[in-house]
Design a protein around this ligand. Structure first.
Ligand code: DGP
Length: 112
């Protein structure tokens, strides 16, 4: 499968990892939009939010169980934002479910 995030999971493309376990990987976004910009992804290929179901939702639960510690370790000491883009209108560019953690500054109120 030609998925850039699956290649990052496989170690075929390097990334700046900040957290990894058997189910999920977190790494720095290549094009940061804030002082802290980390992506958290499931190690199973789920194309987007639309692909979450009862078979794979444990990956999503595990991501959210770990987001607070990942965000704080990355430097979010005063809050953070979690975003997932799903589909064309949201401008999802990588078709592997990922959650952006943004922080390290006071973020703009406008989300779209
Ligand atoms: P989205 O628009 O929600 O699909 O965001 C995809 C993000 O993935 C975007 O902020 C840039 C990031 N990204 C794309 N390719 C790579 C890569 O090869 N390495 C890293 N670290 N981030 C990437």
């Amino acid at each position: 499968m030609d998925c850039i995030f699956c290649k990052i999971i496989a170690g075929e493309i390097p990334s700046a990892k900040v957290y990894e376990d058997d189910k999920i990987l977190a790494f720095k976004d290549i094009n940061p939009m804030a002082p802290v910009h980390v992506l958290v992804i499931p190690k199973e290929h789920i194309p987007s939010c639309d692909g979450i179901n009862s078979e794979n939702s444990s990956y999503v639960a595990h991501i959210f169980e770990n987001i607070p510690a990942i965000a704080k370790a990355a430097g979010c000491t005063n809050g953070y934002r979690v975003i997932t883009n799903c589909g064309e209108d949201a401008k999802q560019s990588v078709k592997h479910l990922h959650f952006h953690i943004l922080g390290g500054k006071s973020l703009p109120e406008n989300m779209g």
